[in-house]
Design a protein around this ligand. Structure first.
Ligand SMILES: O=P(O)(O)OC[C@H]1O[C@H](OP(=O)(O)OP(=O)(O)O)[C@H](O)[C@@H]1O
Ligand SMILES: Nc1ncnc2[nH]cnc12
Length: 180
């Protein structure tokens, strides 16, 4: 990593705050709202997320609800790609597919519209944070079921101690700006 990139990453790190015992006891919640509020870190985050993919041919960015929507749409426009939402249950209005998955705190379900992906579409999965990797794995399963090809994962933050990467296919690159 270049010196200036690692300096930029440190700036971002300084704008993520720890909230102990949220949403339940024992969880240290990584809150990105300070990073969103500062116009400099807001734009810096978009730029740093774009870097690893800027020479790739990308058809779609799939953002995971809800915090994955924030930078996912920007990443899509920066790549001249489309954006598709991966949503929590009962939010999408048209025909959809679903998958269940485990969270650091509980279980949940993710859904995508059946027509969100065309056969062979090259898709990046984006979220603000990877914890157990359950959400990212579930999103990848949905995309593959619809005929898409996952070409990479993009996160601002990765909780490395939870080893979420182990859940993902090894040959697909994972780009996390900050690893904790
Ligand atoms: O790697 P995992 O263990 O699956 O956890 C990561 C997911 O958890 C958080 O979302 P959350 O479910 O809290 O919802 P939100 O984005 O709507 O706040 C985060 O934004 C990721 O989507
Ligand atoms: N520790 C954490 N902080 C913020 N979002 C999360 N999603 C899952 N675990 C999380």
């Amino acid at each position: 990593m270049t010196k200036s990139r690692s300096k930029d990453i440190e700036v971002l790190r300084g704008h993520i705050r720890d909230i102990p015992d949220f949403p339940q006891k024992g969880i240290v919640f990584k809150d990105i709202t300070p990073l969103l509020k500062d116009p400099e870190t807001l734009i810096l985050t978009s730029r740093l997320l774009l870097d690893p993919f800027k020479d790739e041919k990308v058809d779609l960015v799939a953002g995971i609800e809800s915090r994955g929507f924030i930078f996912g749409t920007r990443l899509a426009t920066d790549l001249n790609a489309g954006f598709v939402p991966v949503r929590k249950p009962n939010k999408l209005p048209a025909q959809k597919i679903s998958v269940e998955y485990d969270l650091e705190y509980g279980t949940d379900q993710l859904e995508m519209h059946r027509d969100a992906i065309s056969e062979g579409d090259r898709v990046i999965i984006h979220d603000d944070l990877m914890a157990t990797g359950g959400s990212a794995k579930a999103a990848a399963e949905l995309i593959k079921e619809l005929g898409g090809v996952v070409i990479g994962y993009s996160f601002i933050l990765e909780l490395g101690f939870l080893n979420g990467r182990a859940k993902l296919e090894r040959e697909i690159p994972v780009h996390s700006l900050i690893e904790i």
